[in-house]
Write a protein that binds this ligand. Structure first.
Ligand code: IFM
Length: 447
């Protein structure tokens, strides 16, 4: 079996660098009957949305198997677990805290505390309650207020049982993919809707930060953004400009307001009819100071300019690809981290997701996923290079603890380091899980 070698720069950090695994509620929990409907339940019923016509009703049945699943964390020897709370499980339709729902997460937190594992709680990983979508969803400022109310109730209850609170996971996916491109729930397709949803999501983040400060002032709080660093298709100035625009429109659109209080200059160039509605005071709320930035990295993207001076993505085949069709580009990970470090005054960074869907086969009780081990190794090396260059990175979470519902691709893509047999719900540690475990144990020995 291939091994994972811990890079020196990470080893040198000792306890100041944590390793974890990540999951999200809708992707693993199931137990739909024990919560309100969310936008992904509805999206899954619509034609042509999910490639294998599946849904999250059962998923990995984690809601009943959580204890067994958390035992795997102990076996892996990780320091931390990143998971999300399902808003529709913990808040009733009248806005009150649902006792049964919140207790589920309390059990998880108690387990983690008892075993000395850190809990990184994501408060929104895309499962917006459907009744809020019916009232306007992320296009309506009332949803930002509802999010802040939900966060206040949860944080008052869980307080410092969490080691970190994350307001939103990947607002790009909720706002851009959900309202502008329509490949994610709720499936709207309009640039105006996309820009508006992004703004309300950012506002929701800022309002939630204020609630976390109020009710759990000692717990670090931040947001998780995903990024595909943008490269030009050619050396032409038009393509270079296109890559820059793509980067501003798809990534810095979220990070720049959070860190600086204003949108990228590209906002001024957008036609009036797609401008988001920004009220006085919004940008101050959005730029509430964060304690850390979570980054999810998988691949790069390449762009060229279009006839009308906009950008479009180009499919390139310069590097091997994962089962998602995503190029494997660890060098872009290093460049990205160093580039962000040079451009912004960054808070400490956690890599809150990194991983790969591969063509996993369960044969004789084993999954030999050597390619995933290579992926982890090259990305850990890339991360270490960025650390050597001065980027303050405090942790790394593999995506994902186990195979799960990969959104519009249903169960057809496997990102887990643990294989899930969806017929029997059996969990089998893949070779990548064993390699991760061995790397973490060897790290302990040298401390
Ligand atoms: O599965 C997703 C996760 O929910 C958010 N980040 C990207 C992962 C892989 O696509």
């Amino acid at each position: 079996m291939k091994k994972l070698i811990l890079p020196d720069a990470i080893q040198a950090k000792g306890d100041d660098f944590i390793f974890g695994v990540a999951t999200s509620s809708f992707q693993i929990e199931g137990a739909r009957e024990l919560r309100l409907d969310c936008i992904w339940d509805t999206f899954c019923t619509q034609q042509g949305t999910i490639s294998d016509h599946s849904n999250g009703d059962v998923a990995c049945d984690h809601h009943s198997r959580w204890e067994q699943d958390l035992q795997m964390l102990l076996e892996l020897g990780v320091d931390a677990y990143r998971f999300s709370i399902a808003w529709p499980r913990v808040i009733d339709i009248d806005g009150a805290l649902n006792e049964t729902g919140i207790r589920f997460y309390e059990h998880i937190l108690n387990f983690l505390k008892q075993h000395n594992k850190q809990a990184f709680i994501t408060l929104y990983h895309w499962d917006l309650p459907q009744h809020l979508e019916n009232g306007g969803g992320w296009l309506s400022r009332e949803t930002a207020d509802a999010f802040a109310d939900y966060v206040a109730l949860v944080v008052q209850r869980l307080g410092d049982k969490a080691d970190a609170y994350i307001t939103l996971n990947e607002p790009f996916c909720s706002g851009y993919l959900g309202y502008e491109v329509g490949v994610h729930a709720p499936g709207q397709k309009s640039p105006k809707a996309g820009r508006q949803a992004n703004h309300v999501l950012l506002l929701a983040h800022g309002l939630a930060m204020q609630k976390i400060r109020q009710y759990a002032p000692s717990v670090p709080a931040g947001i998780v953004l995903n990024i595909h660093p943008s490269y030009p298709d050619s050396a032409s100035s038009a393509d270079q400009k296109a890559a820059q625009m793509a980067s501003d429109y798809l990534f810095h659109w979220y990070l720049t307001p959070i860190l600086t209080g204003s949108y990228p200059d590209l906002l001024e160039d957008l036609p009036d009819d797609i401008q988001p509605e920004i009220a006085t005071g919004d940008m101050a709320i959005i730029s509430e100071k964060i304690d850390f930035l979570g980054l999810n990295y998988y691949t790069r993207a390449v762009y060229r300019s279009t006839n009308c001076g906009w950008f479009e993505e180009v499919e390139r085949n310069d590097y091997p690809k994962t089962e998602m069709g995503w190029e494997i580009t660890p060098h872009a990970f290093t460049d990205l981290l160093i580039g962000l470090h040079q451009r912004y005054d960054l808070p400490p960074i956690y890599i809150t997701e990194n991983g790969a869907a591969m063509d996993d086969r369960l044969e004789s009780g084993r999954v030999v996923d050597a390619q995933r081990i290579d992926y982890f190794q090259t990305h850990l090396n890339a991360l270490a290079q960025a650390m050597d260059a001065g980027v303050d990175i405090r942790g790394y979470f593999a995506w994902s603890l186990m195979d799960n519902f990969e959104w519009a691709l249903g169960y057809s893509k496997r990102f887990g380091i643990v294989y899930v047999d969806y017929d029997t719900q059996e969990r089998i540690l893949k070779d990548s899980a064993l390699a991760y475990r061995d790397m973490l144990y060897s790290r302990q020995l040298y401390r």
